[in-house]
Ligand binder design. Structure first.
Ligand code: C2E
Ligand code: CA
Ligand code: CA
Ligand code: CA
Length: 278
């Protein structure tokens, strides 16, 4: 199986013509990636502006393919989503990430972990049960330490179903964040009906802080909207001091981005929290 897998990669490399070939090969290679240990999980720290310290981290997956090199999640997650492989992939992410959180929680009991969840798997009938099972394997973790990041599209495509699932997840105790907020489809009437905890301000708005007044106005509007309906805000993709100061001034709660910390391997993450007094 390993040999034929390698051959198919050479096919992929030499015949790049069609998107189809690419998809097929990535799909084939993905099936083996877990057993071949090709996935790596990195963790990007999240900084709380009020407490002036890191209080959590987001798990981000990496794929190191022996021939293709590093494949971006933006390439392979959509492929995984087209098949049920996304289920296995998320199970792998959750079990690795919760294990890391459990280890860190001994010294830092209130740390939070954010995990990206694809729309397609969220609406499957067994999703809430899967989350419950993952949590039951880590009894020292409080469910509220786990935050699921969901893009706003799902909430709009199947609003009724999404609402039910959100409610079940909240009963379980986990937190919910709307990812890439502001880029998509959110209707304000649904937004206040959903039992969410956090709005994640999309990087495209953060990028323009200090450059484009309209994008600055969008950031301010998202923060005040969130406050009005009782949600927290986190800004993603913060790369410089000007952006950080703007977000602090306007009352954003958390910040994530290269300015504070890049995604880290688990040992570097452990070192970062060890150097920070609790
Ligand atoms: P996202 O959830 O919006 O994640 C934020 C992306 O921005 C990450 O890219 C992160 O590394 C990057 N980033 C963070 N801070 C900065 C910054 O200051 N500047 C810049 N230029 N980039 C920054 P990444 O890791 O390549 O992930 C891309 C997307 O792939 C994620 O977007 C998410 O939608 C998806 N993804 C990543 N890991 C997973 C996963 O485990 N499961 C699922 N379903 N999706 C994932
Ligand atoms: Ca995310
Ligand atoms: Ca984003
Ligand atoms: Ca994204």
């Amino acid at each position: 199986a390993k040999q034929s897998g390698r051959n198919s990669v050479y096919v992929f490399k030499n015949e790049l013509e069609t998107q189809l070939t690419r998809t097929v090969n990535i799909e084939t290679e993905l099936r083996y990636a877990i057993e071949r240990n090709e996935f790596v999980l990195v963790f990007q720290p999240q900084y709380a502006l009020e407490q002036n310290q890191f209080t959590g981290f987001e798990a981000l997956i990496r794929w190191q393919h022996p021939e293709m090199g590093t494949v971006s999640p933006e390439v392979f997650i959509p492929v995984a989503e087209r098949s049920d492989f996304i289920i296995d992939l998320t199970d792998w992410v959750l079990s690795q990430a919760l294990t890391t959180l459990q280890t860190l929680s001994g010294e830092h009991p209130n740390l939070t972990l954010s995990v990206n969840i694809s729309a397609r798997e969220l609406i499957r009938s067994d999703f809430v049960e899967r989350i419950r099972q993952h949590l039951s394997k880590h009894p020292t973790i409080n469910a509220c330490q786990l935050e699921l990041e969901i893009t706003e599209r799902i909430a709009m495509e199947q609003p009724q179903k999404a609402l039910m699932i959100f409610q079940s997840l909240r009963r379980l105790g986990v937190s919910l964040a709307l990812d890439d907020f502001g880029t998509g489809y959110s209707s304000l009437s649904y937004l206040k009906r959903y039992p969410l905890n956090t709005l994640k301000i999309d990087k495209t708005f953060v990028d323009e802080i200090g450059i484009d007044e309209e994008d600055e106005a969008v950031c301010k509007a998202i923060i005040s909207l969130a406050k009005a309906i009782g949600y927290q805000t986190i800004a993603e993709g913060v790369e410089n001091q000007q952006q950080a100061e703007f977000l602090r001034t306007h009352g954003c709660d958390f910040i994530q981005g290269y300015y504070y910390a890049k995604p880290l391997k688990s040992d570097a993450l452990t070192a970062l929290f060890a150097n920070q007094t609790a």
